[in-house]
Design a binder for this molecule. Structure first.
Ligand code: SAM
Length: 392
């Protein structure tokens, strides 16, 4: 059989399974296309208001993106993906599996019969993969997101979307941690929105149990959080009163801090580094420490034209603070990325620094230290608070 026919054979089997309700999933792997960090695509059938669709979950290194397509669009996308970008695919149906492999122009397709397998329900299939579709939950009510009737309140729709988004971002990051039951510490947990949502998702949807501890200095929030966790039956979620610096984070696999104020973010990073956490993820809040130093110090004269405008000074302080944080993480064996994690329509404080420990310093240590020194000189900074914590 000529090579392109293998693709058509797989697509035809996928289409028939889709139409007969026998499709379990089609997974495309071995990606070698041009999209950075795309790993695989998982395709399922879903039934939405306007009919049956192919639901594509694009799995990136740190997040998933879901897009739904009508049949002709989906098949065209699959066809070109299999031809050019993906080296392998696994089709699972209720009756048989098909494994596809492409090596240059050579293609192989292997069919194996299976029995006793059921197709997943397609109704709200996408919603089922999300943590917060069942909204009649004690924690959503306690946090004021759902009303007494268990339905998301109109004025909490934005918050609800944000929480969903955070879980979409954090779940794959937690998933990548090798520990069987990772310990996640959320520094400056506040009311614990992220903790409840993530715990619920990991325990009840993703079947990836984790322990979560929220550290918070406001005692009332801690006691409210603990009673809601108890009411929800979330045995592995607890809140502890105290400061980030006083918390013993040893044994933490992930240290997270969302909008912990100013240098509290650095306290969290420091605790994560000291614990050797596999993941450190922080969404910084205000950047006062570096802003004050830029105002008091002597930045490069050429920057004066920018820094005399308060708003630009603020933005520069944010970029400089977080660039230095990323470099200091790199210096400690973390591979670091910075990206926007919720739309800036929700909050202007929407950058997330994600650092994953790989133990290696990607570059020469002296080169990183030199870069840190140069940035500090350029912006008139004496010392980043995190440098002090790290004894630099
Ligand atoms: C802006 S809130 C964010 C809460 C939560 N992370 C969220 O995103 O919804 C910051 C929280 O961090 C707490 N916090 C700030 N500095 C802290 C510290 N050094 N130790 C413990 N908690 C701290 C504050 O009390 C506050 O509840």
């Amino acid at each position: 059989m000529s090579t392109p026919d293998r693709i058509e054979e797989l697509l035809s089997a996928t289409k028939s399974a889709f139409m007969s309700g026998a499709l379990v999933r089609l997974k495309l792997g071995g990606y070698h296309g041009s999209e950075p960090d795309l790993k695989s695509i998982e395709v399922k059938k879903i039934t939405v208001k306007d009919g049956d669709k192919f639901s594509f979950t694009y799995r990136y290194k740190t997040r998933d993106i879901i897009k739904n397509f009508i049949q002709p669009e989906a098949l065209a996308l699959l066809r070109s993906g299999l031809k050019d970008e993906f080296r392998s695919a696994q089709l699972a149906t209720t009756e048989f599996d098909m494994g596809f492999e492409r090596n240059g122009a050579k293609m192989r397709l292997k069919r194996t019969e299976v029995s006793g397998r059921e197709a997943p329900s397609t109704d709200h299939n996408r919603a089922k993969n999300r943590p917060l579709t069942v909204t009649d939950k004690p924690w959503l009510k306690a946090l004021g997101i759902a009303g007494k009737d268990g339905v998301v309140r109109n004025d909490a729709q934005d918050k609800f979307r944000q929480i969903n988004k955070m879980v979409e971002i954090f779940a794959p990051l937690i998933h990548a941690i090798k520990t069987e039951r990772p310990l996640i510490v959320d520094m400056g947990a506040g009311k614990g929105y992220l903790d409840f949502a993530l715990y619920d998702y990991l325990a009840n949807v993703a079947n990836r149990p984790a322990g979560i501890v929220g550290v918070e200095m406001r005692e009332q929030l801690v006691s409210d959080g603990n009673s809601t966790a108890q009411q929800s039956g979330f045995d592995g979620l607890s809140f502890q009163a105290g400061t980030i610096m006083d918390f013993d984070a040893s044994g933490a696999d992930a240290v997270i801090a969302l909008h912990a104020c100013d240098t509290a973010t650095d306290d969290a990073i420091f605790k994560g580094i000291n614990a050797g956490a596999a993941l450190i993820a922080v969404a910084p809040c205000c950047h006062k420490q570096i802003r004050r130093q830029m105002e008091a110090g002597q930045p490069d004269g050429r920057l004066e034209v920018m820094l005399r405008h308060g708003i630009f000074l603020e933005r520069q302080a944010e970029m400089v603070t977080d660039t230095l944080r990323a470099l200091l993480l790199e210096l400690n064996g973390y591979k670091t990325k910075v990206f926007e994690f919720v739309s800036d329509a929700h909050t202007p404080k929407n950058n997330l620094i994600v650092a994953e420990k790989d133990g290696r310093l990607g570059r020469d240590r002296d080169a990183v230290l030199k870069q840190i020194a140069e940035i500090k000189t350029m912006f008139g900074i004496e010392q980043h608070y995190l440098e002090g914590l790290l004894g630099l």
